[in-house]
Design a protein around this ligand. Sequence first.
Ligand code: GLU
Length: 557
Amino acid sequence: MTDNERLADLLFGDIDKTVEYFEEKYPPRALKEGARVTRFAPSPTGYLHMGGLFGALTDILTAKSTDGVSMLRIEDTDKKREIGDGVSAILDGFAAFGLEFDEGVCSDGGEKGEYGPYTQSKRVEIYQTVAKQLVKEGKAYPCFMTAEELNEIRTQQEKEGALFAGCYGKWAKHRDLSFDEIKSRIDSGEKYVVRFRSDGDENKRIFFDDIIRGKIEMPENIIDEVLLKSDGVPTYHFAHVCDDHFMRTTHVIRGEEWISSTPKHIALFKACGFRAPKYAHTPQVMKIDEDDGTKRKLSKRKDPEAAVSYFVEEGYPREALIEYLMGLLNSNFEDWRRANPKADLFSFPFNLKKMSPSGCLFDMVKLNDISKNVISVMSADGVFDRVTGWAQQYDNELYGLFSANPDKARAILNIDRENPKPRKDIAKWSEVKDYVSYMYNELYKESFDLPENINENDAAAIIESYKKVVAAADDKQTWFDKIKELCEPLGFTPNVKEYKQNPDAFKGHVGDVSTVIRIALTGRTNTPDLHSIIAILGDSEVQSRLNAAENFYREGK
Ligand code: GLU
């Protein structure tokens, strides 16, 4: 037995499995040529961030567009940074946006797939087995340096102007301890981490192809990185290498903050005898700062829209946000969507190479426009179901009104809908209450302000005449004819063209007359089809609102 073999047994006495065992347990996947295996690998350290949704979508699209596999892996090895409900925050975020991975942790907390467990804290045996093998081959070693010693090194390295910070070369004091010394330190209860024994050369450079960024050149890794912390739990670097090997990931798509660690990862893959995956480092999600107009990273602290839950709470339909993100991912998405308005989102021929390496700009105005489009083509029933579902959780009052009389709510939502030119008033469900407010006395706030060109006496006269003829059951033509008939006796013209040719001859035109009626009935100058509004309000409510408006104009109350 070599010293390294003895050392491996000393450090990993409990590990009876071998790397070969896991190679067999997790065989290469039988997928068609070109199929890509991706994984989204969040740490449960907070809420699901917009950048996370962006990354997850990239993973899923990459897998789907190549008949591959996407996985959701929970990276929970950093217990210090973990928060209690971190995993459910992630799972709820995906569930709310209808994103599903082929394998991994599921929204009910269970998991699916043959390459699990998909939670890192349940994979410790795998990491330790690989670490044992590395120790056996002399590629890893125990390091007993204390936090103070490591701090000293850092200070010393700064003083000397060392090229790299960390444990390497002459700083890696425990690289070559003898077996006996290691044993006696362990016997006396000293704590240790397991470090990689790097054979990198600081004068050499490595190259790797990033699918989004092209060829990247960096100095070779020379650091003896920690593989296992003193509690036997792996660092991100080591867990990434073991997991993405045994899960047979072909494409690691992750945030650009990991570019600088990639040489380390490539060195580790090589040392373990694993083939490194392809890398694609995604850009950050940015926004234009409202205060100073600069482009900056979406900030958890400053921007509510950094959290995916914000869009759930505001009631953006999931398709709207996803459609919007798709346009950020691949700029040809919008053209594709125009050509394929009804096609399933996932049939879009997504291409990682078409992603821009520079930060992509999150633009709320654009999202709202897309969302208005998406909502405008939904059926009234569809909108009703979605609004009610949202309101049940976020707006009790609206939920109460809608569920007390679903037919009325559906009729309101159906005004100017399900036709070739639907209105685009609503961007999110939280806007619906205001949108429908004048249809419910519980929400309606009168406002009798008139446009400048109409005076109160004329308004009162219009309403007085209209009261006598309006009937909720009229069809649209009759309704409009009645409004036109009001015009002439009151000094207005039913003919807009005529008015334009000779404006001084009239007080106004039919549009002004209907504006007065609209204001009297809804408190607004702009609403969907007034005929439908009257039909839904019904005669008695219409009369009472017209009376209130007339009194106001006559008596100023
Ligand atoms: N857990 C890492 C993170 O949240 C994942 C990085 C990766 O995708 O490899 O940043």
